[in-house]
Design a binder for this molecule. Sequence first.
Ligand code: HPA
Length: 273
Amino acid sequence: MQTYKSQIKQAADFLKTPVGKSPRVGIITGTGLGESVGNFDILASFDYSRIPNFPLSTVTSHMGQVLIGKMGDTPVVVFQGRFHLYEGYSPLEVIFPVRVLQTLGVKTLILSNAAGGLNSGFRKGDIMLIRDHINLTGENPLVGHNEESWGLRFPDMISAYDKKLSQLTFQLGQESGLHLQTGIYAGLKGPSLETPAEIRYLKNIGADAVGFSTVMEVIAAVHAKINILAFSTITNINDPDNPRSANLEDIIKVAEAAAPKLESIISRVVARL
Ligand code: HPA
């Protein structure tokens, strides 16, 4: 049986030729944001099913393909569609794309997701720069044998999200008339949405937004010493004093409507990397 490490190597080898020399930037997109890759010269694209050992995305709002190309002069690999714990994927499957990017030599990872807003200052359609996270999934992708060539046994999570990169992004947003919110993302396993009591709890522990992704990938990327920039599109507002049902169609609609803003800020940032 193949080891996880050899599976990753095989997947990275498959992408190496089309990728050419080391890509500097990797992007993993989430709900409704699959197309947030404006200003991007695509040189090659593959369905996930063609990449050896790659898990398949089961979520219909996710696209399940990898795009290889250039944003300006910067070589970029974009994974459109991610794997979630709630789909039944293991933490190692969820972080598979991150390990492939690490093996390809990526230095910066940009992540996007859809999230429910908890901060009372947030509005539907806002984009939040993730400043920090709270991992409430009960999982961790680094449990078990530590692959020393990939990273340390006990990686430091003190500055998981790159401060300089966030500041630059915030500033580039301001310059282009986009005000970015900033805040803390609580990562849950899902798939059931939060109860009013859970929403109150999440607010009390300091979370500004909640969702079912991103924290596994961030932990793996920190382990890999990859710089991280992450965005949440606030697709609905969770207020414990005025509980309202969030529906998936609405969430996708809001995420898609906000996508051009995200697309634009991502290309501005990548141009500066
Ligand atoms: N909760 C969890 N995940 C989400 C939400 C939410 O309210 N909105 C979008 N993704």
